[in-house]
Each structure stands twice: as structure tokens, then as C-alpha cells.
Design a protein around this ligand. Structure first.
Ligand code: PMP
Length: 397
């Protein structure tokens, strides 16, 4: 069967990590994949996770299946985190949350759900966006369209063009939005812009689909839900795909959730019944471990405090690396103003480095950057920052 079939191309981001692993040079630096690294270059298990796993080891009495929608305590904990514990969405019971295998699984379950009812809708993604958005919504059967977002001149948001584009989106089309820490650009909407966007969504009737993979990596767990709050306040239908891969470091435990928000509890219950059919015919029910760990942490005050501190530690280290990179490039005499790197938020920045610079860094310096110049700031450490800055200076000459 496979003799006449060409191999599929490797994933553009995960493929880079495979190349990186093969590289024998001890100076190699991975600024590619979106995984947090500490000062020693490791992706650690958080202390709060270790503590929760200890509790789980001692108390877990069965590995029997979870319900199709996952553990109800997990769904409740997710809702409190993404909406805020006092949210009217929660008290009104007008959201349905289902544990999905990671943010990717959440996006796909949401995409399959929407495709069941609006197969002819288009899915609008930002230009640029996380490459897998195209793959996920395309695989669910949707046609993909793009709205303006990043402005290469200002290295910021082109909000006027974004709004112009989204004015033309018909009702029932789906608009994918990065709730915070836009991947790949690091450029987010400000509060006033989110408010305007929520008004536009309710006027036009398109369906916002918020990808919330980095809560806590922008300004903080509470601050970062601002976008979600605006759509919640609008009282419209929308979806949230959330992930605990980054903020709990639970990458390989596939711990995410799909939340469908509706105007009423009755509609949420209908939505839930259909999400369950999507899950049942796909993977039946979710993996348990990551969800149980996250629930223990979120529901145990001391562990929650520990988690918030560890998360702040990750966020602050990235901010420090942003500053060091800007200062380091200036110290190396690299032409241009790189201060935009400090203004961008989350794990990523669009560095503005050309494809030539990216390939020179890879060939000559064993520094791995995703094509297009997206860099993961967490790949920088105080030990490699000088090497990276000197290499960029050389590559840009
Ligand atoms: N959305 C965005 C924007 C992401 O960057 C990622 C992870 N790279 C995801 C979703 C998916 O996260 P997960 O690993 O939880 O599937």
C-alpha cells in the first residue's frame, strides 16, 4: 500500500527539535519549539506537580475509565481558572467544559463539534498564526481564511486592518483568536481593543474561538483572562480551547479542555451532549493523570500558591531574557531597534531576522530558529545569551 505513496513532510516546529536533538555541538541552542526551559536549559517538573503526584500516588484507588467528558472536578477547576471563580458564566451554568487531550485536542474537538452543525462556515485565523491551526481546522473539514494581524513595519498589531477584515466576516463563520501571548508574534490586543472586538463579534454574529494556551505567561493568571471576560460579558456563543501544557508544565500529560459558552444553561447542556459524541467516536474518554494533578493543585490552597509562584518564576525569567536579548544585541552593535522584543508577551517573539539570518544561525552557530524568525525566549539562558547575541551580530553583517 505504501510503496507508491510519498512521505508527508515533517512538522515544521517539531521537526526542528528532532534536528536539534541530533546535533552533537555542545554550544547548540534551541529557540524553536514552544517549551519552557529553566536557567539550566531544562524543562522541569514543577514542584507543585511533584507534590500533587505524591498525593495521587497515595490516594488513587482505581484506573478505571473517566467519564467521556472527564472528571467533573477538573471541568469545574478549569472554569474557575479561565473565567474567574466569581464569573456569571459559572453561576448561570452557561458553559460546558470537557477535558481534552491538550490544547490541540481541545481545538480539534471544538472544530469537529462546529463542523457537525456549520460545515460550510469558514474558519478565520490570524496572519500569521500557530501553524497547526491550519492543520487542525483543515483536518476537521473547514476552509481556512486569514485576517490581518501583525504589522511587520511597526512589529506590532495592525488593529485597524484586523477590524476591517473582521467586519466582513459573515455570521456563523468562526474566528480563532489567541486569548493572550499570541503565537508566533508575541503581539496581543490591549484591553480597549479586546472590548471593541467583543462588540464587533456580537454585532456580526461570528463565533469567537479563543485559543488560551498561555494563561499566566502574559501578565498573570487573572490579568490574562481579560479577553475571555469580554466575550463572556457580551453574552454570545463562543468557545475556549485551554491548555495546561505550559502553565503547569504538563506537556506530555495531554491536559487541556474545550469549553463551549452559550447564552443559557439549557443550550450549554445541548452543546455538552454533542461534545460527548465527538469525544466518544474519537478517543472515547480522556487520559486521567494530568487532569487529576491539575485539579489537586488548583483545589489545594498551599499547592495553588506554590503553583502561582512557580508560574511567576517562569514568566519573570522570560521577561528577563527579553531584556537581556535587547541589551545584548545593542552591545554587539547590531543595527536596528529591537525594543519591540521587550514589548511582546509570552514565550515568543517575531525577531524580524530574515530567512538568511535564520539559516546562517543554524548552519554556522547551531542555533535553531523556526522559519519566519519566531524565537522562543525561554531557550535563552544567562550562559548562552552572549553566544546568541554574538552569533546574530555575525549573521546580520
Ligand atoms: N495553541 C497554541 C497557540 C499553542 O502554541 C499550542 C502549543 N504549542 C497549543 C495550542 C497546543 O498546546 P498543547 O500542547 O496543549 O496541545
Amino acid at each position: 500500500m505504501w510503496k507508491s505513496i510519498h512521505p508527508a513532510p515533517p512538522d515544521s516546529i517539531l521537526g526542528l527539535t528532532e534536528e536539534f536533538k541530533k546535533d552533537q555541538n555542545p554550544q547548540k541552542v534551541n529557540l524553536g519549539v514552544g517549551v519552557y526551559k529553566d536557567e539550566a536549559g531544562n524543562t522541569p517538573v514543577l514542584h507543585c506537580v511533584k507534590a500533587a503526584e505524591k498525593v495521587l500516588l497515595e490516594t488513587q484507588s482505581s484506573k478505571s475509565y473517566l467519564p467521556i467528558s472527564g472528571d467533573p472536578a477538573y471541568s469545574a477547576a478549569v472554569q474557575r481558572l479561565i473565567f474567574g471563580a466569581d464569573s456569571e458564566v459559572i453561576s448561570a451554568g452557561r458553559a460546558a467544559t470537557v477535558h481534552a487531550p491538550g490544547g490541540t485536542g481541545a481545538l480539534r474537538v471544538g472544530a469537529d463539534l462546529l463542523h457537525k452543525f456549520t460545515p460550510d462556515a469558514k474558519v478565520w485565523v490570524s496572519s500569521p498564526t500557530w501553524a497547526n491551526h491550519n492543520g487542525i481546522f483543515g483536518a476537521a473539514g473547514f476552509e481556512i481564511a486569514r485576517y490581518s494581524y501583525y504589522d511587520g513595519e511597526t512589529k506590532g498589531l495592525d488593529f485597524a486592518r484586523m477590524m476591517n477584515d473582521l467586519e466582513t466576516v459573515p455570521a456563523a463563520d468562526v474566528v480563532v483568536l489567541h486569548a493572550c501571548c499570541h503565537n508566533p508574534s508575541g503581539v496581543d490586543l490591549n484591553e480597549d481593543q479586546w472590548k471593541q472586538l467583543a462588540v464587533l463579534a456580537s454585532q456580526k454574529g461570528w463565533v469567537p474561538f479563543l485559543d488560551f494556551a498561555y494563561q499566566g505567561f502574559g501578565d498573570g493568571v487573572d490579568e490574562d483572562r481579560f479577553a475571555v471576560e469580554q466575550f463572556a460579558a457580551a453574552g454570545i456563543d463562543f468557545l475556549v480551547a485551554s491548555s495546561f501544557s505550559k502553565n503547569f508544565g504538563l506537556y506530555n500529560e495531554r491536559t487541556g479542555a474545550i469549553t463551549v459558552v452559550t447564552p443559557s444553561a439549557a443550550e450549554a447542556s445541548v452543546a455538552l451532549s454533542h461534545i460527548k459524541t465527538v469525544v466518544r467516536t474519537n478517543y472515547s474518554n480522556p487520559p486521567a493523570h494530568g487532569g487529576l494533578v491539575a485539579t489537586i493543585i488548583l483545589d489545594t490552597p498551599e499547592l495553588r500558591t506554590m503553583w502561582l509562584e512557580e508560574l511567576a518564576g517562569m514568566r519573570n525569567r522570560i521577561v528577563t531574557m527579553r531584556k537581556s536579548l535587547v541589551a545584548g544585541l545593542a552591545a554587539q552593535g547590531v543595527d536596528g531597534d529591537f525594543s519591540f522584543i521587550e514589548r511582546q508577551r509570552g514565550m515568543f517573539s517575531f525577531s524580524g531576522w530574515s530567512d538568511d539570518v535564520v539559516s546562517s544561525l543554524r548552519k554556522n552557530n547551531n542555533i535553531y530558529v523556526v522559519g519566519g524568525g519566531r524565537i522562543n525566549l525561554a531557550g535563552l539562558t544567562t550562559s548562552n545569551i552572549d553566544y546568541v547575541c554574538a552569533s546574530v551580530a555575525a549573521a546580520m553583517k
